[in-house]
Structure formats: C-alpha cells, structure tokens
Ligand binder design. Structure first.
Ligand code: NAG
Ligand code: NAG
Ligand code: NAG
Ligand code: NAG
Ligand code: NAG
Length: 600
C-alpha cells in the first residue's frame, strides 16, 4: 500500500483515539471464554464418531494434477481426535492416513521493512493452535532499503537514476532481484518464524522445510503476495522482473517447483481446498494475485492531485509518469475507466446497446468479458455511439479489456468459475489489497499551499478500481456458500461489513441491492515496525459505518486474524477474529454459515 512514504502526501485533520492497545486487557477474558468453548467443542466431538462420508469420485486430484488419493472410493472420516482418517485401497492393501481437520485458520500480513524480532509467532500465533496459516501479503519488504534514505541520500541504495519504477529515494531497489532474495532470506531465517514453521509442519526438521510443500503440512501454510513481496511499492503489471520475483515468493512460501502457479505469463492466483473430501466441512481458499496483471491507477483517481503537485519533488515524482509517461506520452495512468465507466456508459443512448452489459454492468455475468477490439467498437461503424476504438485510446496498445483491471481477464474468469463451482460452505478470498477500503475523501497534500485542495478518494486498493471492485462485490455476494474476504496491507486491523440497503456508503459501493452482506477481515502488521500505534483519523477512521462497532473500532498494535469454524453447531458458525500479539481476542464477528448474514 501507500504506507509511510507515499501516504505522506495526505494530510489528516482531527484527532481521535483508536481502540488499539488499550482494549486488549478487556479482550483477554474474551479469549479465555473462546478457548473454553473450543475445548468443550472438542469434547463434544470426542463423543461421536461421525459417519464416514464416501466420495463418489474415482480419485481426488489436486489442482496441480497430482493424484492425492487413489482408489475407487475415498472414505474420509472424522476421528475422535478431530482428525480426518482417510482410507485408500490400492490392490489388496488398505492404507490409512490421518489428516487434521482444519477448524481454526490464522492469517496475517506485513512483517517489517527491516529485520526485527517477531515475537508474535511464539506469543500469539502458535499458542492459538491454528490448523492452517494464510499469508495475505508483505511477508518481506523486498523493495525496501535497509538504510534510512532521508538521512543517507548518498547511499548506493538511495541514490539512483529516477524513472517510472524508481520514482522516489526509497524505491531504488524496486525490481532488484538479488536484493529481494536477501530480504526473503532474512524473513525465512527469523528464529521466531522458524519456530512457527516447525510447529505447523511436523515433518520439518530444523530448517529443512525449505524444500517442502508447505501446503501439505499437517497444518498447511498457504499464501499470496502484495506490493512489497512483488518488489515494487504500489506496483502494477509493468514490473519488469515479475516472473523472477514470483519464483522467489513461491520459494519463500514453500510452493513446489512443479506447481502451475510458477508458469510464465500468469499471476500466482490459486485455489486450495482445506478439509478436501470431508462433506460439509470443505473450506475453499481462493488466493488472488492483485499485482501481476494490475493496470496502472485509473487516470481520474490522481489527475487532480498530480496536476497540483510539483513532480520535481522526489516524493511526487511518480506523478510525472502518471501524467506524461506511457507509450504515447499522454500518461501511464489507465484510461479505460474514464472511457467506458465514466464515459460511454454514462450516455443514456447507449443503454439500449446490446453490448451495454458487457461494457457497463459489473453485475452482469458477461461483464468485462467483451473484447474491446471487437467489431462493436469498430471505428467504421455508422453509429456514432459505437465509434470508440479501444486500441487508439488506451495506454497499452495490446489491451483489449474494457475496464481498469486489478486481477486481469484471465484471473477474473478463473475466479468466477471457482466461485460458481465451489461446493464449500465457506470460501475465504484472500487479497493483498483491501477490497473495501474507505470511500471518504481526504485532502491529498499540504505541499500545495498556493492551490485549491485536491482530494483523493482511494489509496492503492480496489476503491481506485471501481468497476472491477463492484464486479467482485457482486460475485462474492451471489456465490453459493459464504464468502469472506481476508486482506492486509494497511498496517492496522479491522472488520468491515458491507450491508445491502440504504447506508451512507451505498452509492460508493453500489451496494443497495446486494443479495446479502459481505464481511472483510483485515489483519495487517505482525511486528512493532509495521503495526505502530496510530490515531483514529484520516484513512483509518470509518465515518461511513462499515465497522459494526463504530468509527474507531480497529486495532493498531501487532495482530493477526483467525477464522474459527464451529462445525458442530446448527448451523455451523464461523467466528472471524482479530487477535493481538499475545493471542488475545480483540475483535470478533460471528457468521452463521447457513444465511451468511453476520450475527451479533
Ligand atoms: C515493541 O515495542 C514495545 C514498545 O515500544 C516494546 O516494549 C517491545 O519490546 C517491542 N518488541 C519488540 C519485539 O521489539
Ligand atoms: C548520487 O550519485 C551521483 C553520481 O552517480 C552524484 O553525482 C550525486 O551527488 C549523488 N547524490 C547524492 C545525494 O549523494
Ligand atoms: C474502415 O474504413 C476505411 C476507409 O473507409 C477502410 O480503409 C478500412 O479498411 C476500414 N476498416 C475496417 C476495419 O473495416
Ligand atoms: C503488442 O504485442 C506485440 C506482439 O506480442 C508486440 O510486438 C508489441 O510490442 C506489443 N505492443 C505494445 C505497445 O506493448
Ligand atoms: C436513504 O437514506 C437517506 C438518509 O439516511 C435518505 O435521505 C434517502 O431518502 C434514503 N434513500 C432511500 C432510497 O431510501
């Protein structure tokens, strides 16, 4: 995200106190209660041996095509210990494997820009006894110099020729693969993190897990990346070394060498099904890649700001690229949303066009799958309204998409298919960038005293990519089962609930008609360095009512998220939580898995 350095252009008014560290003491007794419930739940499980559930499939295949379980029947049974016993028959031989039943999933993001202690693994995450862990981005700050560039401008890591990739002093190392390797190494050598991986993976001995598939540990480790893992703060699809960087990241989270996630030309998005084959208890984890195919920021989101800003000031040098970069020198910003969403789609006469849904309606299942180069937009068309030529007007001549993309057409298609075909009662969609951020405008800069104020309504998240965002909001609230969004990036943690109906954010998210609410859990900042105590103001204050417990109900100290599913209640209930550095419960939202409507 635009943390620290790039958030600097914003100035915030008002001073309100955040919930932050103070509320933890109160949270302490709540966590104790939760633990007791868990223990009891386990006792209840102990009383039953749940009926074996037979899969009719001839074999269960992993996404990478590897056969996981072979046999004509695949019985998966929950044992008295809360484990899953799998029996497979190969010839005359019957084999039984035991797997943990996954009920408590931890997730988090944002370690630290420089190497510091990470006590949260030992003090908070391991004691929470999680059955799986999901990285939601920024496992390492690979683009970040280890020196303070403001104090050491002559340092070799701070003094580089400025261009669109290295636009400010702290980004001289963007795209530097050798430096990225060192930064990942630093994180993987962190003693607390090693303890954590050894806890998750009983098969790992000492540091030997480097070559393991961590998604097949007893307690799987999964993940996706965000801008700092991607090696470019707020980076987009133009990243020159993204393929190399992807390999480094997948190495770091223990993805095997033969995984299709490593294939060239695609982002690292992926589905991983937890409790696979256990009827009623599957959890689909949909790991998004919101960097690899991300367009540049839509032009309208920063045009005013950049016009008022002095691009010679190193802090705002990215504006030069934004306004004057790109192949034709008319700016590297994404023009598609200006052209269609804010342009063609707003003209009343175009409503009747047969292509309107494909181009203009993010709630349509055909939205975004139109080919912008198709004959509908042929320049020779006699219809004035159809005379747009995409190839003439977007920044990337090869781009046939009709919206400013954050996932890209290929990944959107995949996601739609996964959501529609998923049988899982709970789907966790993991995105490095928040899907729901903060639609409040903030004054962009104090530096332009002579100019009228320019406002910014989005940061580096989906709020900037409005049609793409609305498309996902619609998909997530119409998919079978319940979808919960897990995210990170902002260096604080909170829970937001987007409600259908009439609210002060309804226009911003076009959410009035959503068929059901959508919950987003943001867990960001695992260390002192990234989760510094921060006041409830600026982009941290929620003035529109997305936080169920008030404008300042967020956590600013080191924290992680937990999704805990109680399978034995009727209906099963997911508890969506933020826990602090000592594992104490700080925020919680219950979600019954029959209605997907958040409960008090
Ligand atoms: C984090 O910061 C607090 C307060 O400054 C300090 O007491 C604590 O030791 C720090 N922890 C680490 C691991 O640096
Ligand atoms: C950066 O390096 C150049 C030479 O490569 C030098 O001329 C310049 O003074 C350096 N800038 C700073 C701030 O040290
Ligand atoms: C459009 O019209 C021009 C001139 O009338 C013609 O040269 C061109 O081939 C036409 N393009 C297409 C795609 O039909
Ligand atoms: C478009 O794609 C072609 C072929 O892949 C390539 O040669 C060309 O450089 C691309 N143009 C731009 C502007 O990226
Ligand atoms: C929505 O609520 C606002 C006030 O909160 C009200 O002015 C407006 O008329 C309402 N709109 C609808 C469609 O109910």
């Amino acid at each position: 995200m635009e943390d620290g350095s790039t958030l600097a252009p914003f100035s915030y008014g008002g001073k309100r106190k955040g919930r932050g560290l103070r509320s933890r003491a109160r949270g302490g007794s709540r966590v104790l209660r939760t633990m007791l419930v868990c223990v009891c739940a386990l006792c209840v499980v102990g009383g039953f041996i749940l009926a074996a559930q037979f899969s009719s499939m001839a074999g269960i295949y992993r996404q990478d095509g590897e056969v996981q379980v072979v046999g004509s029947k695949w019985p998966a049974m929950q044992t008295s210990e809360g484990a899953i016993a799998e029996t497979t028959t190969v010839g005359d031989e019957v084999k039984t494997n035991r797997r943990r039943l996954v009920s408590r999933i931890g997730f988090g993001s944002c370690t630290s820009r420089v190497a510091i202690a990470q006590p949260i693994w030992s003090n908070g995450i391991i004691p929470s006894d999680i059955d799986a862990w999901i990285w939601a981005g920024d496992i390492a700050y690979t683009d970040w110099p280890d020196v303070n560039c403001a104090k050491n401008p002559a340092h070799v890591h701070c003094n580089c020729t400025r261009d669109w990739l290295r636009s400010n002093p702290d980004s001289c190392l963007a795209g530097d693969v050798a430096h990225a390797r060192l930064k990942f190494e630093e994180q993987l050598s962190n003693v607390e993190y090693i303890k954590f991986v050894n806890f998750m993976c009983s098969t790992s001995k000492e540091n030997s897990w480097r070559s393991l598939d961590l998604s097949s540990c007893d307690r799987p480790i999964l993940g996706t990346w965000d801008d700092h893992d991607y090696n470019w703060q707020d980076g987009d699809k133009r990243m020159p070394t993204k393929e190399e960087q992807k390999q480094l990241f997948l190495d770091a989270i223990g993805v095997p060498a033969h995984s299709p996630r490593r294939n060239k030309g695609r982002g690292l998005y992926w589905r991983h099904t937890l409790n696979e084959g256990v009827s009623g208890r599957e959890i689909d984890v949909l790991l998004l890649d919101e960097r690899f195919d991300r367009d540049t920021k839509p032009c309208h989101t920063r045009r005013d700001f950049c016009k008022f800003t002095n691009p010679r000031k190193t802090k705002y040098m990215w504006c030069k690229d934004f306004l004057e970069g790109g192949a034709d020198g008319t700016g590297s910003c994404c023009k598609k949303d200006d052209l269609y969403w804010h342009g063609w789609c707003k003209l009343p006469q175009n409503r009747a066009n047969p292509a309107w849904d494909q181009f203009c309606n993010p709630k349509s299942s055909s939205y975004g799958f139109a080919d912008g180069n198709s004959k509908i937009f042929d320049k020779n068309s006699t219809d004035e309204a159809l005379s747009w030529s995409v190839t003439d007007q977007v920044d990337d001549a090869n781009d046939s998409s009709v919206l400013c993309e954050i996932l890209g057409p290929q990944q959107r298609k995949w996601l739609k298919h996964e959501l529609e075909s998923s049988k899982a009662a709970l789907k966790l969609v993991v995105s490095g960038s928040p899907l729901i951020s903060n639609p409040t405008e903030v004054v962009c800069s104090q530096a332009r005293k002579k100019h009228p104020a320019a406002y910014c309504k989005c940061y580096d998240d989906f709020d900037c990519f409005q049609p793409a965002q609305r498309n996902l909001l619609h998909m997530f609230t119409t998919a079978p089962g319940c979808v919960v969004v897990l995210t990170g990036d902002f260096h604080f943690s909170d829970i937001k609930v987007l409600q259908p109906g009439n609210h002060s954010y309804s226009n911003d998210y076009d959410s009035t008609d959503l068929p059901r609410p959508l919950v987003q859990v943001m867990a960001s900042g695992l260390t002192n360095n990234t989760a510094v105590p921060a006041p409830c103001e600026g982009f941290r204050i929620d003035t529109v009512g997305l936080r169920p417990n008030g404008a300042c109900d967020f956590v600013s100290g080191p924290a992680f998220g937990v999704i805990e599913v109680d399978w034995l209640t009727s209906p099963p209930i997911a508890r969506l939580q933020i826990r602090g550095g000592g594992g104490q419960l700080l925020l919680e939202q219950k979600l019954p898995l029959d209605t997907c409507i958040p409960a008090a």
